[in-house]
Design a protein around this ligand. Structure first.
Ligand code: NI
Length: 226
């Protein structure tokens, strides 16, 4: 499932991000790459252990914790500390699949990357190109979102970033280990949860809601690795 999460960051938060990122020192993006993707990647990043990335990353983790949509879609077990990249004119990231296992830089636990996330941090009108192109069974999905919006997609997907032809694309990217490893099972739980939310608004006293909510929790209990 590829899911658009609107307004993860509000205008005030975004202004803080844009100010901090404009002042920050950016380095060659291959600092975080695996062997193969180092040949595909051409961009810049905030240093992973730098104060800016830590502070901004913490703000993103707090925004994720406030988002019921993120929780329902990702059923997160661990979130890798958010990283930040910048693509200027001519920069690109060719087709790749993200590394399966990452070690958390502080807690030194291993995180299996079940979901990949990109949080867009600048106005899409301010640059040309830079679409995130994700290949799935329905073909290539092209994603270019308003600043503050995020996309979640299965980390198993082949994806790339189209070359920038004007301006600068700035985004945060990170990975999530889910309590539900399998994308199809996670998608099913998300669809069920969204249907229960709609029914709760439309027919709050319907007895079937108790049954459906029970089915949700019993499926979660059956499949989750909490
Ligand atoms: Ni990637």
């Amino acid at each position: 499932m590829l899911l658009h999460i609107p307004n993860l960051l509000d205008a005030q938060e975004l202004a803080h991000f844009q100010d901090a990122m404009a002042k920050a020192r950016w380095v060659d993006g291959n600092a975080t790459s695996g062997h193969q993707s180092a040949r595909a990647k051409f961009n810049e990043q905030l240093p992973e252990d730098g104060a800016e990335a830590r502070e901004l990353g913490e703000r993103i983790l707090q925004a994720l914790a406030r988002s019921p949509l993120f929780f329902s879609a990702a059923l997160p077990k661990q979130v890798f500390p958010p990283l930040f990249n910048r693509y200027g004119v001519g920069m690109t990231f060719a087709n790749h699949i993200d590394t399966a296992i990452r070690t958390h830089p502080v807690q030194t636990v291993r995180i299996r990357t079940d979901l990949s996330a990109t949080l867009f941090l600048v106005d899409p009108e301010s640059y040309d190109g830079g679409e995130l192109l994700v290949e799935d069974t329905y073909g290539v999905q092209s994603v270019k979102l308003p600043a503050g919006d995020m996309v979640l997609y299965p980390a198993t997907s082949l994806h790339r970033v189209a070359p920038i032809t004007r301006g600068e694309r700035v985004a945060s990217f990170f990975w999530i280990q889910s309590m539900i490893r399998d994308d199809a099972q996670r998608t099913l739980l998300f669809d069920l949860d969204m249907a229960i939310v709609k029914m709760t608004q439309a027919v709050p006293d319907d007895a079937a809601l108790v049954s459906l909510t029970g089915v949700y929790h019993n499926l979660l209990r059956m499949w989750a690795e909490p």
